[in-house]
Ligand binder design. Structure first.
Ligand code: SDX
Length: 428
């Protein structure tokens, strides 16, 4: 008999089982709470609530540990390719050479987007934010493949949907950018690897040969790996919630893209760059902006700082910060925003307000500076996050479906009016 948690309510003692994960995390299983006691729990923002059991990603916020399927993020970011990591997250193991070759060739075969979808792009205003375009386009993919919509169907049709999404998201992302600058769309090239293909579709022109510095594609590979999954974050929980209704994978991922867009979540990388630019244009007075971030009457927050889980450091930020230095040095870029970011970080880490609240740089704090160095436009930063997070969303959706998790339906505490009678007004 495992550990038991006891709860005393209205003079009665109730017992609930304690469950323990493989990394020794513990939870009180309250599945029987309401039927046994009539009570529910209330936990705004689910800060203390586990929504599922998962074998995909483990993170320890106190120790700054992040592992995908048991492999440390440091190991994967320095040795693996993003496609290998995508396979690992989705199918549970690193692929053999044959599995990797088959996975890669299947993805390569599906990078094209149905020609009819090009008209969708042309209907958007040039100032359309690419996250809005991407969320719509991904959901629209479901209308082109009706035969592969049922998530309960054979694994082959789920697999082909997975490969189509991994293959087409970079194409849709690059075309949303090309459309915003009214440049001609570049079609994917089968001889290019995942990262080079994306950069080609983003920046090549039909009138000239495209050359890309391997430093750029290597940095992109690292960034995509660092963003690939992060257990039950806001957008992943959204994908799981939508998928729990047996909604198809395209629509579930589209919902995840919408959730990621928020500036408190994946939209923070764009917000960090805009914040650094604002501080730079304001004369670079870092102390003034730190004061604003601490002022409760000021809505300004230090974007890229703080995390719901990491309370010491975000291991991804550590890796990205080093990659940032490397890329700027190799590309011989002297970015004044990096100097401001380093100064902001130094001042904040020594400031009692930030230390008392365990606020440290997160994954978004330095990523925008690298994306800028790679030539990615600011409005595409969160799209880069979505491309990286796609395999994680897919893996979590697949696990939720395979585990047969029930449809998500939280409870509430009602605080509204209780008993009001309808009074007829003298309608004219
Ligand atoms: C991502 O969950 C994930 O795993 C997400 C992610 C992933 O990979 O999927 O890691 C990606 O979303 C990273 C986070 C990107 N967001 C930002 O950088 C936006 C800025 N940070 C915050 O808004 C905030 O820190 C959150 C949203 C990240 C976390 O918010 P919490 O856990 O709900 O914490 P909170 O808002 O309750 O803040 C606690 C205190 C508050 O002060 P007090 O009320 O205690 O006085 O800290 C303060 C907040 O005001 N605070 C900040 C701050 N973040 C929190 N004060 C100034 N600047 C900040 N950035």
């Amino acid at each position: 008999m495992g550990e038991i948690a006891k709860l005393e309510l209205d003079g009665k003692v109730y017992e609930f089982p304690v469950i323990e994960g493989t990394e020794n995390e513990k939870a009180i299983d309250i599945s029987s709470l309401r039927s046994a006691t009539g009570y529910i729990t209330l936990d705004l923002g689910y800060k203390n609530t586990g929504a599922t059991k998962s074998a995909i990603t483990y993170l320890d916020g106190e120790l700054g540990i992040l592992k995908y399927r048991g492999y440390s993020i440091e190991d994967l970011a320095s040795k693996a390719t993003f496609i290998e990591v995508a396979y690992l997250l989705i199918y549970g193991n690193l692929p053999s050479q044959e599995e990797l070759d088959n996975f890669t060739s299947s993805i390569t075969k599906h990078t094209l987007v149905h020609e009819d979808m090009k008209q969708f792009f042309e209907a958007y205003p040039s100032k359309a934010h690419p996250m809005g375009v991407l969320a719509s386009m991904v959901c629209s993919l479901s209308t082109f493949y009706p035969e592969a919509l049922d998530p309960n169907r054979d694994s082959e049709s789920v697999d082909i949907t997975i490969h189509r999404l991994l293959a087409k998201l970079p194409t849709l992302a690059a075309w949303s950018y090309k459309n915003s600058i009214r440049h001609p769309f570049m079609y994917p090239k089968n001889e290019f690897d995942y990262c080079k293909n994306f950069m080609y579709m983003m920046f090549a022109m039909p009138t000239e040969d495209y050359k890309i510095d391997p430093v750029v594609t290597e940095a992109m590979n690292t960034l995509l790996i660092l963003h690939a999954d992060h257990e039950q974050n806001c957008s992943t929980s959204t994908v799981r919630m939508v998928g729990s209704a047996q909604t198809n994978l395209y629509a579930s991922i589209s919902a995840g893209i919408s959730a990621l867009w928020g500036p408190l979540h994946g939209g923070a990388n764009q917000a960090v760059l805009e914040m650094l630019q604002k501080i730079h244009e304001d004369g670079g007075d870092v102390d003034k902006w730190i004061l604003k971030a601490k002022d409760k009457n000021d809505s300004f927050r230090l974007m890229g700082f703080g995390h719901r889980v990491y309370k010491n450091f975000d291991p991804r930020a550590t890796i990205i910060k080093k990659a940032c230095d490397d890329v700027l040095q190799k590309l011989n870029i002297n970015d004044p925003l990096l100097a401001i970011a380093l100064k902001l970080e130094k001042v904040a880490l020594e400031d009692e307000y930030f230390k008392a609240r365990s606020l440290y740089p997160n994954v978004d704090f330095y990523s925008g500076i690298i994306y800028r160095a790679l030539g990615i436009p600011t409005e595409m930063f969160t799209v880069m996050f979505a491309i990286g997070r796609l395999p994680g969303w897919i893996a979590q959706w697949k696990e939720m479906r395979e585990n047969g998790d029930p449809i998500g339906r939280p409870r509430q505490i009602f605080t509204g009016e209780t008993d009001r009678k309808y009074v007829e007004i003298n309608k004219r």
